[in-house]
Design a protein around this ligand. Sequence first.
Ligand code: NDP
Length: 278
Amino acid sequence: MDCYALIGHPVEHSKSPFIHAAFARQTRQELSYRALIAPLDGFSDTVRMFRAEGGRGANVTVPFKIEACSLATRLTERARLAGAVNTLTFENDAILGDNTDGIGLVRDLITNLACPLAGRHVLLLGAGGAARGVLFPLFQTKPSSLTIVNRTVKRAQELRAAFAPYAGQTAFTAGGYEDIGGWEFDVVINATSASLENKTLPLSGNIFAPDAFAYDMMYSENGTPFLTWARTAGASRLSDGLGMLVEQAAESFALWRGVRPSSTSVLSELRRKLASHS
Ligand code: NDP
């Protein structure tokens, strides 16, 4: 049986084994997928051991996505631009590194949530690994404008400098939270980890255009501080990042197995599972 794994630290609460097992049943693929914890200083050794046991591919999560980028012998363009890898495919002596987070976000917004991005004004909050990973796929959807704001303004400006050549016709700006006073956005995506710390962001209450969508990459059975704030601040539609998680997994699965699973039933099943634990 072909073996796959999620490698990270920690990995105990990961939903990925559940998601990939469901995809395998649905597409009748014979495979196993497990969560594999790597010591903080032992990512490459863990990958080596897993390959020696016959591992065919792995997803990579916090804090190893950047190390996985260095370990890969070949990178897709989206992984190279992200500077981070969440999907490794082992091919004889080569290791292909890909990043499926961005396409996962875009598919969740456009396909699952019917939130078009073309021609819209998009605000991306945060300039860490997640923001970096989604920028290139976001530009490919051709928004009218894309604004990045970050607590550490310099990091937002660095992202702007790195990704400006890929913006196409999209007006691309970067700055701090205080710079967007009076601006309105159609889609606001929280790619900060503030919700993980139960913190809210220094945003004014009038950033949402009519019918605006607020999206938090974090997910939790109990909602997130960002989405709670967005509801009171006037966002018309809201979503957490559970769909992004399922969609990035579907893209990895398709890459490994050459067959694309349907994410709809798996996402509903996962939502039911989460709700029963809340
Ligand atoms: P990083 O640590 O790389 O970046 C964290 C970002 O959050 C930085 O921009 C940081 O700003 C900002 N930040 C943290 N705390 C605060 C705060 N209190 N106020 C304002 N800004 C803050 O994390 P990642 O980019 O890897 O992850 C970000 C989020 O995305 C996490 O919640 C993660 O769970 C989620 N995620 C979800 C995925 C999914 O499939 N649903 C996939 C990948 C990520 P500064 O630069 O100033 O420190």
